[in-house]
Design a protein around this ligand. Structure first.
Ligand code: ADP
Ligand code: MG
Length: 549
């Protein structure tokens, strides 16, 4: 019989007790049962194998996807007196580690998944007793997970080679499809799954359309003290963002896989040590970083899926103190995502589409964000969490169905090849040489949007792009998508959310950005519109709120 784990929990780890589902997971593991533990970031997954590794005879082999992650874990384990080692390509003392393993002197042995297919490694594992296989970040085994690693598929034959060694898979984020897939891939029975609640009540979720993202994030940083992460869409984006935000005076760093490894390590270490640093990073940053006092996570663009969003925002507020998660999105994020879906293998397209729709529902909802997140993971939630933008500041809605129909008609009548700016010109009757040449001024849709409908025009186009009623082709031309029919023929409603306008702080030297209601710079789709907006700026009356969708 294994020893009672509680005294060790106190003496070795210094914790007063188990947290959440840790106890049930540890109990199963000590009983030798195969288990999948689904627990949010910060819930304490590592303890679920570290504690058994001390209690049980033999070594616990921990599979982990990143060398940096293993070394962090190794430091933490060694610090509390656990006998641990890593076996990676960068370790210079491999022979020593192997000898310690053979002598049964290791509680934990961290390895990368690609080891699993190495026959010498498999042979090594037969030379000393094994207590457990722990598979950390187990969603990597599933193509449905947000971070599929083909190497994780090599694990199953290894696990099956040691049928009497229990397996414990751990992950923070797995929706139902991913969970089922992990169980199948790793040979864990359905009743072996233990799922912790997903709510992170101290995180305040806010989701806003882009409107000069850099400035929006600068504003967010100005009002949010503490260290934070800004997730950017590209490596170049992280550097540009870092440069722009550094002007605020806050210490700022960039982080991405293309940086020189020393600089990357230094930036990460500086961030972990800092109380007010802003790190502008690609999604490569964060996995396994143990910094409990991250006060905000901002997204300068759509995450890949709800799972990614939950995982990335989950890095905020792991100490339980209030933290902020602020996502800035644009319709073009959805257009790009759809384009990517078109490029993946056909068998996966439907699943990817469903995931994108789930993200659309999250950003589009006038209701509680937390409820949508939690429901996505199968948790129950009240209608009003009181700690997201929509619950704190309920948006109103306006029916924009008529304007939506006008936009679709104009796109159709002009032959589904003109950009957003041109469609706006046609609908508002702004005469140009081009519209004359094209003969579009004679169309029935010429100048049919005016008055109260004017400020709705752009958000409607964004809403139509989001719903896939409109699509932008490679040249920025708008054409019908599958969602157009329902609006034109089946009386589907298009309603827009009215968000109370935030006061902007005065900025020296910069003009008011009122009137640039939306959209990032550099996107050809929006360039024409921006030009026209400038032209109309003088006469346009700016509504007392920002309308978005
Ligand atoms: P996860 O891998 O689930 O994101 P970690 O294993 O990195 O989480 O643990 C997150 C933090 O919680 C760590 O600082 C860890 O020391 C702490 N922790 C884990 N279990 C407990 C516990 N039972 N009581 C108090 N703190 C705990
Ligand atoms: Mg972990």
């Amino acid at each position: 019989m294994p020893r009672d784990p509680l005294p060790l929990l106190h003496s070795t780890f210094g914790f007063p007790g188990f947290r959440g589902v840790q106890e049930s997971v540890v109990t199963r593991v000590l009983a030798g049962e195969n288990t999948l533990a689904v627990m949010p970031t910060g819930a304490g997954k590592s303890l679920c194998y570290q504690l058994p590794s001390v209690v049980l005879e033999g070594t616990c082999v921990v599979v982990s996807p990143l060398i940096a992650l293993m070394h962090d874990q190794l430091r933490a384990a060694t610090a509390v007196g656990i006998r641990a080692a890593t076996l990676t390509s960068v370790d210079t003392d491999q022979m020593k580690t192997i000898a310690r393993f053979r002598r049964g002197e290791l509680d934990l042995l961290y390895v990368a998944p690609e080891r699993a297919s190495n026959m010498a490694f498999r042979e090594l594992l037969t030379q000393a007793p094994l207590a457990l296989f722990a598979i950390d970040e187990a969603h990597c085994v599933s193509e449905w997970g947000h971070d599929f690693r083909p190497d994780y598929r090599l694990l199953r034959p290894l696990l099956d080679h040691f049928p009497h060694v229990p397996r414990l898979a751990l992950t923070a984020t797995a929706d139902k499809v991913t969970r089922d897939d992990i169980l199948d891939q790793l040979g864990i029975p359905r009743e072996g799954m233990i799922v912790a609640g997903f709510d992170r009540p101290n995180i305040r979720y806010t989701i806003t359309p882009k409107d000069n993202t850099t400035r929006q994030i600068a504003d967010l940083i100005a009002e949010t003290p503490g260290a934070g992460i800004v997730y950017c869409q590209s490596r170049a984006g992280t550097e540009k963002m870092a440069e722009a935000l550094a002007r605020s005076g806050r210490p700022t760093r960039a982080y991405h896989a293309g940086l020189d490894p020393q600089m990357r390590a230094r930036n990460q270490a500086d961030f972990v040590a800092s109380e007010d640093m802003v790190i502008c990073a690609t999604v490569a940053f964060g996995m396994g970083i143990d910094k409990p006092d991250v006060r905000f996570v901002a997204h300068a663009g759509m995450p890949k899926s709800i799972e990614s969003y939950y995982q990335e925002t989950g890095r905020a507020g792991r100490d339980g103190d209030p933290a902020v998660a602020h996502l800035f999105w644009g319709a073009e994020d959805f257009a790009k995502a759809r384009q990517r879906i078109g490029e993946v293998e056909p068998a996966r397209q439907q699943g990817e589409r469903v995931r994108l729709q789930a993200l659309g529902a999250l950003v589009e909802t006038p209701g509680c964000r937390r409820k949508i997140l939690l429901k996505h993971f199968g948790d129950d939630a009240p209608d009003n969490c009181g700690n997201c933008d929509n619950c704190l500041n309920p948006p109103g809605a306006v029916d924009a169905t008529e304007v939506a129909k006008k936009v679709l008609s104009a796109v159709f009548r002009t032959g589904q090849s003109f950009g957003m700016g041109y469609i706006e010109q046609v609908l508002t009757g702004v005469s140009t040489e081009r519209s004359l040449m094209n003969g579009h001024e004679a169309l029935g849709v010429w100048g049919i949007v005016s008055g109260d409908e004017l400020p709705l025009l752009k958000p409607v186009i964004r809403a139509l792009l989001l719903r896939d009623a409109l699509r932008a082709n490679d040249f920025g031309g708008l054409e019908f998508g599958p969602g157009a029919r329902g609006i034109l023929k089946e009386h589907e409603e298009v309603s827009l959310i009215l968000q109370p306008k935030r006061e902007r702080r005065a900025r020296g030297g910069r003009g008011s950005s009122a009137g640039t209601v939306a959209n990032p710079s550099g996107d050809p789709l929006f360039e024409a519109l921006r030009a026209k907006r400038r032209a109309l700026a003088a006469e346009a009356s700016v509504p007392p709120y920002v309308i978005f969708h």
